[in-house]
Each structure stands twice: as C-alpha cells, then as structure tokens.
Design a protein around this ligand. Structure first.
Ligand code: FAD
Ligand code: DHB
Length: 394
C-alpha cells in the first residue's frame, strides 16, 4: 500500500489529523490496532479548550459538539471547607471551555472518516516504522493475520504513550524527561445529574477530588488514590463516601449519588520526548508527551500538535516548502512544556503528598489563597486552563 501520510493510531490525534489532511486534499491512511467499538468507548478526557472546539468546527466535525457540548465559564476551587469561583471570561478577555467527552469526539470523527474517507483500518497493528531517515519511510503492519507494508512520504506516530512509532527514533538523538507522581486517579462515570454547574477541584488532607460531568444526566468524578490501588478495594459506597468527605464545605451542599457505570484507575505521569520529529517520522499527542490529568491538557495538546502538523504537511504537499515541517518539533515543544508545567503545578498544589509534611500543606494553601485573593494570580490560572495561544497562522 502507498500513501502520502501514514498515520499510526486512530485516537483523537490520528483521527483529527486525517480529517484535516483529507479536507486539504492530502492523501493519508490511518492504522488502528483496536476495534471501532473499543476506541469509541474508551473513557478519558472531557474538558476542551476553546481552541480545540474551534479546530473541530473548522474540521467540519462539530455538529453534535455544537448541539450537546456544555459551555463553562469557570471552575470552582475547594479547600479549607470553602468554595472559590474562578471566572474565565472576565480574567481572559472572554474565553470559555466546553465539556464534551473524548468518546464523542472519536465517534464523530470515525463516522465522518468512514463516510467520506480517507481509509481508516481498524484491527490493524503497526509493528514498526522503517527508513525514517529516507524519503520513503515505511510502516510494517499486520492485518487479518498478514504482514503488509505502507509506503509513505511522511509517517505520523499518533499511537499514544505505549505505541511503536517513538521506538523508531534512535536513542542517540532522543532525549526523554519524565516524572512519576506518587498517586493515581480512580475515575467513575455515574448515572446521576451533576451536583454542580461547573467543575470542582477539591484539595484536602484526605486527598484530591474532581467533580466533572458528561451531560446534564451523567457525572464524571475522580479521587486521588495510592499508586497500586485495585478497583476491588473500592466498592461504590466507599467511593461515594470518600467523594462526599472530600467535597464537604461549611455550606449547604450535598453530593448526589447514582449508579456507577464505569470505573478505572489511571497513573499520573509527566513525560516529554524530544525531538518530536526524526527525518520523515513525526510524533503527535500522547506518543510524544503525557501530562497528569489535573488541568485537562492531554487531549488539548494532542489537538494543537495536529493543527500545527496539518498546516506543515499541507504546505509541504502543495509547494514542497519544508519551513514549517522543519520547525514542527520546536513549535510544538514550547507549548508542550508550558502545559507540562501547568499540569505539574496544578497536580502538586491540589494533591495530598504521601511523603509531605505540615510545611508542604501550608505551601499548598498559600498557593490557593494567592489565586483566590489576587486577580493577577487567578488570571494566570485562567489563561493556562483555557489554553495558551497557538501561532496566528494555525
Ligand atoms: P490515544 O488516545 O492514546 O490514541 C492512540 C491510539 O493509537 C489508540 O487508539 C491506540 O489503540 C492506537 N495504537 C497504539 N499502538 C498502536 C499500534 N501499534 N498500531 C496501531 N494503533 C496503535 N486530556 C484533556 O485534554 N482533557 C481532559 O479532561 C483529560 N482527562 C483525562 C482523564 C483520564 C482519566 C485520562 C486517562 C486521560 C485524560 N486526558 C485528558 C488525556 C487524553 O485522554 C489523552 O491525552 C488523549 O487520549 C491523547 O490522544 P492521542 O490520540 O494522542 O492518544
Ligand atoms: C475531566 C478530566 C480532567 O482531568 C480535568 O482536569 C477536567 C475534566 C473530565 O474527564 O471531565
């Protein structure tokens, strides 16, 4: 098989890149190891920056997002049994965020791609990227038990943190930066209307908790738990009791409970691979970098990578101009490091540190008090949360 851009991975990064390239008239093929059913039901992100919403609109993939997405104008910070609202539009010159699940973005993009192209091959495992340093890189893959090759002008690794594309970059040119946070998140989906209108980030001695949502009738909640936590240790009553204790404030507020329909435990890691390009192989999204979920940056970063990349590959395809593709890694990494810093700071500020002491707790509270007392500090949080700007030409 032969194409212009071979894309490994049909998650949000791979699917959106394929859509953007297709609309710009650039040929591509997406290889996805899982079934359609699996990728459409993998519970993950839900908070979209305005730039992410705009990108989906520009890709002609936002009909349902426009109708069903929940526009939020702020978040609530809870600590010391108090609640404090951060208002995004007044602090950022009008910016908002939107709640719309990653599962729904994937469903929308898969449906469009199967209807309009380009080829999207499920149950197709990429084995390796070869000849990345040549002008004809190749993806070796297995489909229906047969090994085949996809010959390309460019290969893009959108295959997530555990993918194979990154392995094709020689160790001699790779630099990796990683930090494992000493806790995990237990996430649930519950059939119950959210107990809040906006997301609640709660810090307390018992640990962090986050109240998010998927729709007016479905809540999404997260609890900080120790690394190595097994789901069997957390029957539903224990989860709800712990959430209620962590969200408790000195005011009239109760957490509504309902049937839990999905549970998972997620480790918390910061990781950046440099560079994001080697020869004709480019990395995008979780294949190149991951952040702890506090601050909701992972999916948004994946989208900003592919927005930059689609411009760069379209320019190369139409005029042979390599200026943008040559700067791809540098353009993405400056934003990636800012999101890595923000996610790290939010994580440190809001989670109970297993080896922390009373001094660390006071530092967390001092940071939170500063954000809620100073418009300047709150504006800095709001600017990062709603998304730092991309270059104008994107
Ligand atoms: P992925 O979604 O991991 O997609 C990679 C794809 O490649 C997968 O479909 C995989 O099956 C496929 N693949 C892997 N290996 C191969 C192979 N060898 N051959 C073919 N295909 C392969 N981010 C936010 O922005 N906001 C949030 O609110 C948020 N909340 C989160 C909550 C949780 C609990 C978690 C776990 C993550 C959250 N994130 C959030 C992060 C976000 O989900 C990820 O950053 C996002 O999925 C990255 O998209 P991606 O396409 O780069 O990678
Ligand atoms: C969600 C996840 C996050 O990590 C976050 O910071 C906000 C929202 C969510 O899944 O809705």
């Amino acid at each position: 098989m032969r194409t212009t851009v071979g894309i490994i991975g049909g998650g949000p990064a791979g699917l959106l890149l394929a859509r953007l390239l297709h609309r710009a008239g650039v040929g591509c093929v997406v290889l996805e190891i899982r079934t359609r059913e699996y990728v459409e039901h993998r519970q993950r992100a839900g908070m979209l920056e305005q730039g992410t919403v705009n990108a989906l609109r520009e890709a002609g993939a936002a009909d349902r997002l426009n109708a069903e997405g929940l526009v939020h104008h702020g978040i609530e910070l809870r600590f010391a049994r108090e609640r404090h609202r951060i208002d995004f539009p007044t602090l950022t010159g009008g910016r908002t965020v939107t709640i719309y699940a990653q599962t729904e973005i994937v469903k929308d993009l898969v449906a469009l791609q199967l209807a309009e192209g380009p080829p999207l091959l499920f149950e197709t495992r990429a084995l390796a990227v070869e000849d990345a340093e040549s002008e004809r890189p190749v993806v070796r893959f297995v489909r229906e038990g047969r090994e085949e090759t996809l010959s390309c002008d460019w290969v893009v690794g959108c295959d997530g943190f555990h993918g194979v594309a990154r392995e094709a970059i020689p160790a001699a040119v790779s630099r990796t930066y990683a930090h494992d946070h000493p806790y995990a998140w237990l996430g649930i989906l519950a059939e119950v209307p959210p107990s809040c209108e906006e997301l609640i980030y709660a810090r307390g001695e018992r640990g962090f908790a986050l109240h998010s949502m998927r729709s007016p009738s479905v809540s999404r909640l997260y609890l900080q738990v120790p690394v190595g936590t097994e789901l069997e240790e957390w029957p539903d009553d224990r989860i709800w009791d712990e959430l209620a204790a962590r969200f408790a404030i000195d005011a009239d507020w109760t957490l509504a409970r309902g049937p839990v329909t999905s549970r998972s435990v997620t480790p918390m890691r910061s990781y950046v691979h440099e560079p994001m390009r080697h020869g004709r192989l480019l990395l995008a999204g979780d294949a190149a970098h991951i952040v702890p979920p506090t601050g909701a940056k992972g999916l948004n970063l994946a989208v900003s990578d592919v927005r930059i990349l689609s411009r760069a590959l379209t320019a190369w395809c139409s005029t042979g101009d390599t200026q943008l593709v040559d700067r791809y890694s540098e353009l993405c990494l400056s934003r990636v490091w800012q999101a890595t810093r923000f996610s790290y700071d939010m994580t440190k500020m809001l989670h109970a540190q297993p080896d922390g002491d009373a001094f660390d707790q006071r530092m967390q509270l001092a940071r939170l008090r500063r954000i809620t007392a100073s418009r300047h500090a709150a504006a800095e949080l709001a600017a990062n949360y709603t998304g730092l700007p991309l270059p104008e030409w994107v």
